[in-house]
Design a protein around this ligand. Structure first.
Ligand code: AMP
Ligand code: ZN
Length: 478
Protein backbone atom coordinates (compact mmCIF):
# COMPACT_ATOMS: atom_id res chain seq x y z
CA UNK A 1 0.00 0.00 0.00
CA UNK A 2 1.26 3.43 -0.85
CA UNK A 3 0.16 7.01 -0.41
CA UNK A 4 -2.26 8.34 2.19
CA UNK A 5 -3.06 5.86 4.97
CA UNK A 6 -6.71 4.73 4.82
CA UNK A 7 -9.22 5.65 7.48
CA UNK A 8 -12.74 4.21 7.45
CA UNK A 9 -15.77 4.80 9.61
CA UNK A 10 -16.49 1.82 11.82
CA UNK A 11 -20.09 1.58 12.97
CA UNK A 12 -18.91 -0.45 15.99
CA UNK A 13 -17.11 2.58 17.46
CA UNK A 14 -18.98 5.26 15.45
CA UNK A 15 -15.51 6.61 14.67
CA UNK A 16 -13.00 6.88 11.88
CA UNK A 17 -10.32 4.26 12.39
CA UNK A 18 -7.09 3.48 10.55
CA UNK A 19 -7.56 0.60 8.14
CA UNK A 20 -5.11 -2.17 7.26
CA UNK A 21 -6.00 -5.75 6.27
CA UNK A 22 -5.96 -8.24 9.12
CA UNK A 23 -3.99 -10.70 7.00
CA UNK A 24 -1.93 -8.89 4.37
CA UNK A 25 -1.22 -12.19 2.62
CA UNK A 26 -4.93 -12.67 1.93
CA UNK A 27 -5.60 -9.06 0.98
CA UNK A 28 -8.83 -7.34 2.00
CA UNK A 29 -11.86 -9.53 2.67
CA UNK A 30 -15.25 -7.82 2.32
CA UNK A 31 -18.75 -9.20 2.84
CA UNK A 32 -21.75 -7.19 1.69
CA UNK A 33 -25.29 -8.21 2.53
CA UNK A 34 -26.95 -8.93 -0.77
CA UNK A 35 -30.46 -8.43 -2.04
CA UNK A 36 -33.55 -10.40 -1.17
CA UNK A 37 -34.54 -11.56 -4.61
CA UNK A 38 -38.33 -11.39 -4.47
CA UNK A 39 -38.72 -8.23 -6.57
CA UNK A 40 -36.68 -5.79 -8.64
CA UNK A 41 -33.96 -4.10 -6.62
CA UNK A 42 -34.87 -0.42 -6.23
CA UNK A 43 -32.46 2.46 -6.62
CA UNK A 44 -31.96 2.61 -2.84
CA UNK A 45 -30.78 -0.99 -2.76
CA UNK A 46 -28.43 -0.28 -5.62
CA UNK A 47 -26.89 2.63 -3.72
CA UNK A 48 -25.61 0.00 -1.26
CA UNK A 49 -23.75 -1.80 -4.06
CA UNK A 50 -22.36 1.34 -5.70
CA UNK A 51 -20.92 2.10 -2.26
CA UNK A 52 -19.32 -1.32 -1.73
CA UNK A 53 -18.03 -1.40 -5.30
CA UNK A 54 -16.39 2.00 -4.90
CA UNK A 55 -14.90 0.90 -1.58
CA UNK A 56 -13.48 -2.25 -3.21
CA UNK A 57 -12.20 -0.21 -6.17
CA UNK A 58 -10.44 2.23 -3.86
CA UNK A 59 -8.77 -0.62 -1.97
CA UNK A 60 -7.64 -2.29 -5.21
CA UNK A 61 -6.33 1.00 -6.53
CA UNK A 62 -4.36 1.38 -3.32
CA UNK A 63 -2.68 -1.93 -4.12
CA UNK A 64 -4.62 -4.51 -2.15
CA UNK A 65 -6.04 -7.74 -3.48
CA UNK A 66 -9.75 -7.75 -2.62
CA UNK A 67 -12.06 -10.70 -2.10
CA UNK A 68 -15.62 -9.44 -2.21
CA UNK A 69 -18.62 -11.58 -1.31
CA UNK A 70 -22.19 -10.45 -2.03
CA UNK A 71 -24.76 -13.05 -1.02
CA UNK A 72 -28.14 -13.63 -2.58
CA UNK A 73 -30.98 -13.99 -0.07
CA UNK A 74 -33.32 -16.42 -1.77
CA UNK A 75 -35.00 -17.80 1.35
CA UNK A 76 -35.71 -16.85 4.93
CA UNK A 77 -36.21 -13.06 4.90
CA UNK A 78 -39.60 -12.27 6.38
CA UNK A 79 -41.85 -9.41 5.37
CA UNK A 80 -40.80 -7.62 8.53
CA UNK A 81 -37.09 -7.75 9.36
CA UNK A 82 -38.02 -9.84 12.39
CA UNK A 83 -39.58 -13.22 13.07
CA UNK A 84 -43.21 -12.56 12.25
CA UNK A 85 -44.92 -12.35 8.89
CA UNK A 86 -44.56 -14.32 5.71
CA UNK A 87 -41.35 -15.26 4.02
CA UNK A 88 -40.84 -12.64 1.29
CA UNK A 89 -40.03 -15.27 -1.34
CA UNK A 90 -43.01 -17.49 -0.53
CA UNK A 91 -45.34 -14.46 -0.41
CA UNK A 92 -44.12 -13.23 -3.81
CA UNK A 93 -44.49 -16.74 -5.25
CA UNK A 94 -48.06 -16.95 -4.00
CA UNK A 95 -48.97 -13.50 -5.27
CA UNK A 96 -47.51 -14.12 -8.72
CA UNK A 97 -48.51 -17.77 -9.04
CA UNK A 98 -44.90 -18.69 -9.77
CA UNK A 99 -42.53 -21.04 -8.01
CA UNK A 100 -40.35 -19.41 -5.36
CA UNK A 101 -37.33 -20.86 -7.20
CA UNK A 102 -38.35 -19.17 -10.46
CA UNK A 103 -38.91 -15.88 -8.65
CA UNK A 104 -35.43 -16.15 -7.12
CA UNK A 105 -33.79 -17.00 -10.47
CA UNK A 106 -35.54 -14.14 -12.25
CA UNK A 107 -34.69 -11.40 -9.74
CA UNK A 108 -31.14 -12.68 -9.25
CA UNK A 109 -30.74 -12.13 -13.00
CA UNK A 110 -32.19 -8.62 -12.75
CA UNK A 111 -29.82 -7.79 -9.89
CA UNK A 112 -26.77 -9.01 -11.80
CA UNK A 113 -27.70 -7.02 -14.88
CA UNK A 114 -28.24 -3.91 -12.73
CA UNK A 115 -24.74 -4.39 -11.31
CA UNK A 116 -23.31 -4.60 -14.83
CA UNK A 117 -25.22 -1.48 -15.94
CA UNK A 118 -23.76 0.43 -13.00
CA UNK A 119 -20.25 -0.74 -13.94
CA UNK A 120 -19.94 -2.62 -10.66
CA UNK A 121 -17.04 -5.08 -10.73
CA UNK A 122 -18.56 -8.58 -10.40
CA UNK A 123 -18.08 -9.75 -6.81
CA UNK A 124 -15.63 -12.61 -6.30
CA UNK A 125 -18.42 -14.81 -4.93
CA UNK A 126 -22.20 -14.47 -5.03
CA UNK A 127 -23.40 -17.42 -2.97
CA UNK A 128 -27.09 -18.12 -2.47
CA UNK A 129 -28.69 -18.95 0.86
CA UNK A 130 -30.46 -22.03 -0.56
CA UNK A 131 -27.08 -23.53 -1.53
CA UNK A 132 -25.87 -23.22 2.05
CA UNK A 133 -28.67 -24.71 4.12
CA UNK A 134 -26.53 -27.67 5.23
CA UNK A 135 -23.88 -25.24 6.47
CA UNK A 136 -26.54 -23.25 8.28
CA UNK A 137 -27.82 -26.36 10.04
CA UNK A 138 -24.27 -27.25 11.09
CA UNK A 139 -23.67 -23.72 12.38
CA UNK A 140 -26.98 -23.88 14.26
CA UNK A 141 -26.02 -27.19 15.82
CA UNK A 142 -22.74 -25.81 17.04
CA UNK A 143 -24.41 -22.94 18.91
CA UNK A 144 -27.76 -24.55 19.83
CA UNK A 145 -26.84 -26.03 23.15
CA UNK A 146 -25.24 -22.98 24.73
CA UNK A 147 -27.11 -20.14 23.05
CA UNK A 148 -30.50 -21.30 21.75
CA UNK A 149 -33.82 -22.70 22.91
CA UNK A 150 -36.56 -24.47 21.07
CA UNK A 151 -40.22 -23.44 21.03
CA UNK A 152 -43.08 -24.59 18.84
CA UNK A 153 -42.23 -22.18 16.04
CA UNK A 154 -38.56 -23.15 15.88
CA UNK A 155 -35.08 -22.68 17.33
CA UNK A 156 -34.41 -19.23 18.80
CA UNK A 157 -31.24 -17.46 19.78
CA UNK A 158 -31.13 -16.23 23.38
CA UNK A 159 -29.74 -12.72 23.03
CA UNK A 160 -28.64 -12.61 26.69
CA UNK A 161 -26.03 -15.35 26.17
CA UNK A 162 -23.49 -13.15 24.36
CA UNK A 163 -21.58 -10.10 25.57
CA UNK A 164 -22.89 -6.61 24.72
CA UNK A 165 -25.81 -7.74 22.57
CA UNK A 166 -26.96 -4.78 20.49
CA UNK A 167 -23.76 -2.73 20.83
CA UNK A 168 -23.68 -2.09 17.09
CA UNK A 169 -27.13 -0.49 17.21
CA UNK A 170 -25.61 2.09 19.56
CA UNK A 171 -28.23 2.27 22.27
CA UNK A 172 -31.11 1.84 19.88
CA UNK A 173 -31.67 -1.75 20.78
CA UNK A 174 -35.25 -1.20 21.79
CA UNK A 175 -36.07 0.33 18.43
CA UNK A 176 -36.83 -1.30 15.12
CA UNK A 177 -39.28 -3.84 13.86
CA UNK A 178 -37.63 -6.76 15.63
CA UNK A 179 -38.57 -5.43 19.03
CA UNK A 180 -42.30 -5.63 18.66
CA UNK A 181 -42.56 -9.02 17.20
CA UNK A 182 -45.20 -11.17 18.73
CA UNK A 183 -43.77 -14.70 18.51
CA UNK A 184 -45.25 -16.72 21.39
CA UNK A 185 -42.77 -18.28 23.79
CA UNK A 186 -39.76 -16.08 23.04
CA UNK A 187 -37.78 -15.36 26.19
CA UNK A 188 -36.76 -11.83 25.23
CA UNK A 189 -38.18 -9.57 22.54
CA UNK A 190 -34.75 -9.32 20.89
CA UNK A 191 -34.33 -13.10 20.56
CA UNK A 192 -34.45 -14.21 16.96
CA UNK A 193 -35.03 -17.32 14.87
CA UNK A 194 -32.15 -19.55 13.87
CA UNK A 195 -34.58 -22.04 12.37
CA UNK A 196 -38.30 -21.58 11.71
CA UNK A 197 -40.41 -24.71 11.68
CA UNK A 198 -43.10 -24.98 9.08
CA UNK A 199 -46.36 -24.79 11.10
CA UNK A 200 -48.23 -28.11 11.28
CA UNK A 201 -50.57 -28.59 8.33
CA UNK A 202 -48.69 -26.10 6.13
CA UNK A 203 -46.11 -26.73 3.45
CA UNK A 204 -43.60 -24.33 2.07
CA UNK A 205 -42.06 -24.39 -1.40
CA UNK A 206 -38.65 -23.96 0.17
CA UNK A 207 -38.20 -26.17 3.21
CA UNK A 208 -35.63 -28.59 4.57
CA UNK A 209 -35.31 -31.20 7.31
CA UNK A 210 -33.32 -30.18 10.34
CA UNK A 211 -32.74 -31.36 13.91
CA UNK A 212 -35.40 -28.78 14.87
CA UNK A 213 -38.06 -29.97 12.45
CA UNK A 214 -38.84 -29.36 8.82
CA UNK A 215 -38.67 -25.68 7.97
CA UNK A 216 -36.39 -22.90 6.82
CA UNK A 217 -33.44 -20.99 8.26
CA UNK A 218 -33.82 -17.63 9.97
CA UNK A 219 -32.60 -14.80 7.78
CA UNK A 220 -29.59 -13.70 9.87
CA UNK A 221 -27.99 -17.13 9.84
CA UNK A 222 -27.02 -17.17 6.16
CA UNK A 223 -24.70 -14.19 6.46
CA UNK A 224 -22.79 -15.63 9.41
CA UNK A 225 -22.39 -18.92 7.56
CA UNK A 226 -21.45 -17.58 4.13
CA UNK A 227 -19.12 -14.85 5.40
CA UNK A 228 -17.26 -17.42 7.49
CA UNK A 229 -17.16 -20.00 4.70
CA UNK A 230 -15.87 -17.64 1.99
CA UNK A 231 -13.77 -15.25 4.08
CA UNK A 232 -13.04 -16.84 7.47
CA UNK A 233 -13.54 -15.15 10.87
CA UNK A 234 -12.47 -12.49 11.50
CA UNK A 235 -12.52 -10.82 8.09
CA UNK A 236 -11.90 -7.17 7.30
CA UNK A 237 -15.09 -5.33 6.36
CA UNK A 238 -18.78 -6.12 6.58
CA UNK A 239 -21.13 -3.74 4.77
CA UNK A 240 -24.84 -3.11 4.40
CA UNK A 241 -27.44 -0.37 4.39
CA UNK A 242 -27.91 1.54 7.62
CA UNK A 243 -31.14 -0.34 8.38
CA UNK A 244 -29.00 -3.44 8.96
CA UNK A 245 -27.14 -1.71 11.77
CA UNK A 246 -30.14 -2.03 14.06
CA UNK A 247 -31.23 -5.67 13.69
CA UNK A 248 -29.68 -7.85 11.02
CA UNK A 249 -26.05 -7.08 11.79
CA UNK A 250 -26.68 -7.03 15.54
CA UNK A 251 -27.95 -10.57 15.20
CA UNK A 252 -25.17 -11.68 12.87
CA UNK A 253 -22.68 -10.44 15.46
CA UNK A 254 -24.47 -12.35 18.23
CA UNK A 255 -24.32 -15.55 16.14
CA UNK A 256 -20.64 -14.99 15.34
CA UNK A 257 -19.82 -14.47 19.01
CA UNK A 258 -21.70 -17.63 19.91
CA UNK A 259 -19.86 -19.56 17.21
CA UNK A 260 -16.37 -18.45 18.23
CA UNK A 261 -17.28 -18.47 21.91
CA UNK A 262 -15.63 -15.09 22.16
CA UNK A 263 -16.51 -11.39 22.11
CA UNK A 264 -15.32 -10.89 18.55
CA UNK A 265 -17.94 -9.60 16.10
CA UNK A 266 -16.57 -11.61 13.15
CA UNK A 267 -15.45 -8.55 11.20
CA UNK A 268 -12.97 -5.80 12.00
CA UNK A 269 -15.04 -3.00 10.39
CA UNK A 270 -18.81 -2.75 10.06
CA UNK A 271 -19.69 -0.10 7.50
CA UNK A 272 -23.13 1.19 6.57
CA UNK A 273 -24.36 3.34 3.73
CA UNK A 274 -27.12 5.82 4.45
CA UNK A 275 -30.46 5.76 2.67
CA UNK A 276 -31.55 6.97 -0.67
CA UNK A 277 -34.74 8.84 0.17
CA UNK A 278 -37.46 10.40 -1.88
CA UNK A 279 -39.73 13.13 -0.70
CA UNK A 280 -41.93 10.57 0.98
CA UNK A 281 -39.01 9.19 3.04
CA UNK A 282 -36.81 6.10 2.74
CA UNK A 283 -37.28 4.16 -0.49
CA UNK A 284 -38.47 0.69 0.25
CA UNK A 285 -39.67 -2.23 -1.80
CA UNK A 286 -42.62 -2.89 0.44
CA UNK A 287 -43.95 0.69 -0.01
CA UNK A 288 -44.15 0.05 -3.76
CA UNK A 289 -43.98 2.61 -6.53
CA UNK A 290 -40.22 2.91 -6.22
CA UNK A 291 -37.89 3.53 -9.08
CA UNK A 292 -35.84 0.74 -10.55
CA UNK A 293 -32.73 1.17 -12.63
CA UNK A 294 -34.57 -0.22 -15.62
CA UNK A 295 -37.24 2.48 -15.29
CA UNK A 296 -34.48 5.11 -15.62
CA UNK A 297 -32.97 3.32 -18.60
CA UNK A 298 -36.42 3.08 -20.23
CA UNK A 299 -36.83 6.81 -19.79
CA UNK A 300 -33.58 7.23 -21.64
CA UNK A 301 -31.27 8.08 -18.74
CA UNK A 302 -27.86 6.40 -18.83
CA UNK A 303 -27.38 4.24 -15.70
CA UNK A 304 -23.97 5.77 -14.98
CA UNK A 305 -25.78 9.05 -14.30
CA UNK A 306 -27.26 7.29 -11.29
CA UNK A 307 -23.81 6.04 -10.27
CA UNK A 308 -22.50 9.60 -10.49
CA UNK A 309 -25.45 10.80 -8.44
CA UNK A 310 -24.51 8.30 -5.71
CA UNK A 311 -20.85 9.34 -5.78
CA UNK A 312 -21.75 13.01 -5.47
CA UNK A 313 -22.93 12.42 -1.90
CA UNK A 314 -20.84 10.88 0.88
CA UNK A 315 -21.99 7.31 1.48
CA UNK A 316 -22.84 8.14 5.10
CA UNK A 317 -25.16 11.01 4.12
CA UNK A 318 -28.74 10.65 3.09
CA UNK A 319 -29.22 11.24 -0.60
CA UNK A 320 -32.45 12.53 -2.03
CA UNK A 321 -33.68 10.97 -5.22
CA UNK A 322 -35.59 13.31 -7.49
CA UNK A 323 -35.82 13.68 -11.26
CA UNK A 324 -34.03 17.05 -10.93
CA UNK A 325 -31.12 15.51 -9.02
CA UNK A 326 -30.86 12.73 -11.53
CA UNK A 327 -30.89 15.09 -14.50
CA UNK A 328 -28.30 17.29 -12.80
CA UNK A 329 -26.11 14.19 -12.47
CA UNK A 330 -26.69 13.38 -16.13
CA UNK A 331 -25.63 16.88 -17.17
CA UNK A 332 -22.56 16.64 -14.95
CA UNK A 333 -21.67 13.33 -16.55
CA UNK A 334 -22.09 14.81 -20.04
CA UNK A 335 -19.73 17.65 -19.16
CA UNK A 336 -17.20 15.16 -17.79
CA UNK A 337 -17.39 13.05 -20.93
CA UNK A 338 -16.94 16.08 -23.17
CA UNK A 339 -13.97 17.25 -21.11
CA UNK A 340 -12.49 13.76 -21.16
CA UNK A 341 -12.79 13.53 -24.96
CA UNK A 342 -10.92 16.81 -25.28
CA UNK A 343 -8.27 15.72 -22.81
CA UNK A 344 -7.16 12.61 -24.61
CA UNK A 345 -5.72 14.00 -27.88
CA UNK A 346 -2.33 15.62 -27.33
CA UNK A 347 -2.50 19.23 -26.24
CA UNK A 348 0.16 21.79 -26.82
CA UNK A 349 -0.23 24.04 -23.83
CA UNK A 350 2.52 24.92 -21.48
CA UNK A 351 3.04 21.80 -19.39
CA UNK A 352 4.00 21.38 -15.78
CA UNK A 353 5.47 17.98 -14.98
CA UNK A 354 4.69 18.19 -11.24
CA UNK A 355 0.98 18.71 -11.64
CA UNK A 356 0.07 15.10 -12.47
CA UNK A 357 1.44 13.71 -9.24
CA UNK A 358 -0.26 16.50 -7.33
CA UNK A 359 -3.67 15.47 -8.61
CA UNK A 360 -2.92 11.85 -7.87
CA UNK A 361 -2.00 12.72 -4.30
CA UNK A 362 -5.22 14.71 -3.89
CA UNK A 363 -7.35 11.90 -5.28
CA UNK A 364 -5.61 9.55 -2.89
CA UNK A 365 -6.17 11.86 0.08
CA UNK A 366 -9.87 12.21 -0.74
CA UNK A 367 -10.74 8.55 -1.16
CA UNK A 368 -8.45 7.26 1.59
CA UNK A 369 -10.42 9.55 3.92
CA UNK A 370 -13.46 7.33 4.43
CA UNK A 371 -14.18 7.24 0.71
CA UNK A 372 -14.82 10.93 0.20
CA UNK A 373 -16.12 10.71 -3.36
CA UNK A 374 -17.91 14.10 -3.24
CA UNK A 375 -14.44 15.61 -2.85
CA UNK A 376 -12.92 13.51 -5.64
CA UNK A 377 -15.46 14.65 -8.24
CA UNK A 378 -14.66 18.40 -8.31
CA UNK A 379 -11.00 17.42 -8.32
CA UNK A 380 -11.65 15.36 -11.45
CA UNK A 381 -13.39 18.35 -13.04
CA UNK A 382 -10.52 20.69 -12.18
CA UNK A 383 -8.00 18.17 -13.48
CA UNK A 384 -9.80 17.81 -16.83
CA UNK A 385 -9.92 21.58 -17.24
CA UNK A 386 -6.27 22.10 -16.30
CA UNK A 387 -4.41 23.50 -19.29
CA UNK A 388 -1.00 23.01 -17.77
CA UNK A 389 -1.33 19.27 -17.49
CA UNK A 390 0.42 17.24 -20.17
CA UNK A 391 -2.00 15.22 -22.32
CA UNK A 392 -0.28 11.95 -21.39
CA UNK A 393 -0.52 12.80 -17.72
CA UNK A 394 -4.20 13.66 -18.12
CA UNK A 395 -4.95 10.33 -19.77
CA UNK A 396 -3.12 8.49 -16.99
CA UNK A 397 -4.98 10.46 -14.34
CA UNK A 398 -8.27 9.75 -16.05
CA UNK A 399 -7.48 6.03 -15.79
CA UNK A 400 -6.86 6.45 -12.08
CA UNK A 401 -10.16 8.28 -11.55
CA UNK A 402 -11.98 5.65 -13.62
CA UNK A 403 -10.38 2.85 -11.62
CA UNK A 404 -11.65 4.33 -8.36
CA UNK A 405 -14.96 5.91 -9.34
CA UNK A 406 -16.03 3.48 -12.07
CA UNK A 407 -17.45 6.16 -14.38
CA UNK A 408 -15.84 4.80 -17.57
CA UNK A 409 -14.86 8.29 -18.71
CA UNK A 410 -12.15 6.97 -20.98
CA UNK A 411 -14.62 5.08 -23.13
CA UNK A 412 -18.11 6.47 -22.52
CA UNK A 413 -19.35 8.23 -25.63
CA UNK A 414 -21.29 11.44 -25.67
CA UNK A 415 -23.90 9.81 -27.90
CA UNK A 416 -24.59 7.11 -25.30
CA UNK A 417 -25.66 9.79 -22.84
CA UNK A 418 -28.37 11.35 -24.93
CA UNK A 419 -31.77 11.06 -23.29
CA UNK A 420 -33.69 8.72 -25.54
CA UNK A 421 -36.61 6.91 -23.94
CA UNK A 422 -37.34 3.36 -25.07
CA UNK A 423 -40.85 4.35 -26.16
CA UNK A 424 -39.85 7.56 -27.98
CA UNK A 425 -42.08 8.29 -30.98
CA UNK A 426 -39.16 9.00 -33.32
CA UNK A 427 -35.94 7.03 -33.75
CA UNK A 428 -32.67 8.93 -33.43
CA UNK A 429 -31.95 8.63 -37.17
CA UNK A 430 -35.34 10.14 -38.05
CA UNK A 431 -34.70 13.03 -35.66
CA UNK A 432 -31.24 13.61 -37.13
CA UNK A 433 -32.74 13.61 -40.66
CA UNK A 434 -35.37 16.19 -39.65
CA UNK A 435 -32.72 18.38 -38.08
CA UNK A 436 -30.57 18.18 -41.23
CA UNK A 437 -33.61 19.28 -43.22
CA UNK A 438 -34.14 22.12 -40.76
CA UNK A 439 -30.51 23.24 -41.13
CA UNK A 440 -30.95 23.34 -44.92
CA UNK A 441 -34.18 25.33 -44.55
CA UNK A 442 -32.44 27.86 -42.31
CA UNK A 443 -29.48 28.12 -44.69
CA UNK A 444 -31.99 28.94 -47.43
CA UNK A 445 -33.61 31.46 -45.02
CA UNK A 446 -36.85 29.49 -45.19
CA UNK A 447 -37.76 30.18 -41.56
CA UNK A 448 -41.35 29.12 -41.95
CA UNK A 449 -40.17 25.63 -42.98
CA UNK A 450 -37.58 25.60 -40.18
CA UNK A 451 -40.24 26.49 -37.59
CA UNK A 452 -42.63 23.90 -38.97
CA UNK A 453 -39.99 21.18 -38.56
CA UNK A 454 -39.32 22.33 -35.04
CA UNK A 455 -43.05 22.18 -34.23
CA UNK A 456 -43.31 18.74 -35.74
CA UNK A 457 -40.45 17.53 -33.55
CA UNK A 458 -41.93 19.16 -30.44
CA UNK A 459 -45.20 17.38 -31.12
CA UNK A 460 -43.23 14.09 -31.17
CA UNK A 461 -41.73 14.93 -27.76
CA UNK A 462 -38.35 16.06 -29.11
CA UNK A 463 -36.92 19.29 -27.78
CA UNK A 464 -34.70 21.13 -30.27
CA UNK A 465 -31.85 22.75 -28.37
CA UNK A 466 -30.38 25.58 -30.44
CA UNK A 467 -27.28 27.07 -28.83
CA UNK A 468 -27.09 24.46 -26.05
CA UNK A 469 -23.83 25.02 -24.13
CA UNK A 470 -23.13 21.28 -24.09
CA UNK A 471 -23.49 21.12 -27.85
CA UNK A 472 -26.59 18.92 -27.84
CA UNK A 473 -28.91 19.61 -30.73
CA UNK A 474 -31.88 17.76 -29.31
CA UNK A 475 -33.23 15.66 -26.52
CA UNK A 476 -36.35 13.63 -26.01
CA UNK A 477 -38.38 15.13 -23.19
CA UNK A 478 -38.69 12.97 -20.10
P1 AMP B 1 -32.71 -6.01 0.74
O1 AMP B 1 -32.90 -6.51 -0.66
O2 AMP B 1 -33.95 -5.40 1.30
O3 AMP B 1 -32.17 -7.09 1.64
O4 AMP B 1 -31.66 -4.82 0.69
C1 AMP B 1 -30.45 -4.84 -0.03
C2 AMP B 1 -29.53 -3.73 0.48
O5 AMP B 1 -30.09 -2.43 0.24
C3 AMP B 1 -29.27 -3.78 1.99
O6 AMP B 1 -27.90 -3.51 2.24
C4 AMP B 1 -30.14 -2.68 2.53
O7 AMP B 1 -29.67 -2.20 3.75
C5 AMP B 1 -30.01 -1.64 1.42
N1 AMP B 1 -31.11 -0.65 1.36
C6 AMP B 1 -32.43 -0.88 1.46
N2 AMP B 1 -33.14 0.26 1.28
C7 AMP B 1 -32.24 1.25 1.04
C8 AMP B 1 -32.33 2.66 0.74
N3 AMP B 1 -33.51 3.29 0.63
N4 AMP B 1 -31.18 3.35 0.53
C9 AMP B 1 -29.99 2.74 0.61
N5 AMP B 1 -29.82 1.42 0.88
C10 AMP B 1 -30.93 0.68 1.08
ZN1 ZN C 1 -26.62 -10.08 5.80
Amino acid sequence: MSGTPITLHNSLSRRLEPFAPLDPERGVRIYSCGPTVYSDPHLGNLRAYVFTDTLARMLRWKGYAVTHVVNITDVGHLTSDADAGDDKMEAAAKARAMSAWDIAAHYTGVFKSNLADLNIVPPTHMPTATDHVAGMIEFGQSIAERHCYQIDSGLYFDSTTVPHYGRLAGGQDDAGEGRIDPVAGKRHPQDFAIWRRTPPGETRQMEWDSPWGRGAPGWHLECSVMSRQYLGFPFDIHTGGIDHREIHHVNEIAQNQAFCDCADSGARFWMHNNFLVDRGGKMSKSKGGIATLQSLIDRGVHPLAYRLMCLSAHYRSELEFSPENLLAALTRLKRLVMAARKAIPPETQEEDAERGSDYLAQLDAAVADDLNTPKALPLLETMLADKRLAAGAKAALLSAFDAVLGLELRTLSREALRVRPADAALAAEAIEAKLAERRDARAARDFARSDAIRDELTAAGVEVMDGDPLGWEWKVQL
